[in-house]
Write a protein that binds this ligand. Sequence first.
Ligand SMILES: Nc1ncnc2c1ncn2[C@@H]1O[C@H](COP(=O)(O)OP(=O)(O)OP(=O)(O)O)[C@@H](O)[C@H]1O
Ligand SMILES: [Mg+2]
Length: 335
Amino acid sequence: MGSKKIAIDLGTVNSLVMVQDKGIVVNEPSVVAFSRKEKKVIAVGKEAWDMLGKSPREVVVKRPLSQGVIASYRLTKALLAFLMRKALGRYLFGKSEVMVSVPAGLTSVEERAVIEAVTQSGAGKVYLIPEPLAASMGADMPVDKAAGNMIVNMGGGTIEIAVVSLNGLVNFESKRLAGDSINQEIMSYVKKQYNLYLGERMAEQVKMEIGSAIKMKSPLEIEVRGSDTASSMPRMIKLNSNDLVSPINQILLEIIQAIKIVLEKTPPELASDIIDQGIALTGGTSLIRNIDILFTEALDIPVFVVDNPIECTVRGVYKALQNVNYLMRSLRTVK
Ligand SMILES: Nc1ncnc2c1ncn2[C@@H]1O[C@H](COP(=O)(O)OP(=O)(O)OP(=O)(O)O)[C@@H](O)[C@H]1O
Ligand SMILES: [Mg+2]
């Protein structure tokens, strides 16, 4: 029997695992609950997420990765061990081949830590792949050709803008703002306009349910509950999609600016391929309504959102794992 192939998208906000013959078997928040008193990890993933804000004070719920870097090695190890266990069940670990997509901005020390954590969880062979390369493979872009492909991966903590050609990153820029920063902008907008504090989870829900990158003819509406900034009493307000355009654009316009800078630094031959083919958006934040319209107008280049932008990276990792031989140059592995 051959070795089992496991693809892991280690994200700041969500982590996904795809396994041979089974498809995507894990899609859980990248959070770990840790007991300070007992000094041990007590829950990982959804279970840990549900403890957020509801657990006793000695329990801390944390994201092991934050803004595209490893915030805690110990918690990253716990998260990876959990993902591996969920993916494999009782399968013999020694026979597995594991590939993990990591933010392209990780340092080599951080990369080594991820490799060690996966190895310690029992993997037979471990490869790392930069997330933008995996995402562009997941989007079925012709990344193996000598042509320019631009991918903008917009997750929770970071955006990564990359030009990929011949299975490698030609040009790359990352910015530590994305979906989380949009939630923060919505919170401060509501505070300023309505003197109301919104919780972060409520702000995220508002963004997903009615958020739009441009004004809409028939805006969607939502009722939200927050607490009055003066009296601290709970209060309801109505928000519509058009109210949210300005706070959302605080972040989206910065992303557009960053894309322009990368385009300016891209060699002209590759830039002309990008203009022909268009720019692909992936990651959860690309699900904001009308984002493709805003970006296309602002950049004057066609911009499109890939199918299923949240699963795109893990699907690309899986594809890369089936082609490790000719991708070797772009991957990191254990000696
Ligand atoms: N329908 C939606 N509309 C708007 N935003 C969304 C939607 N669905 C998810 N998001 C946002 O997408 C972000 C998570 O995206 P994703 O799962 O791609 O991140 P990640 O891969 O964990 O993060 P990173 O790539 O930064 O490490 C969150 O900020 C979430 O609020
Ligand atoms: Mg991601």
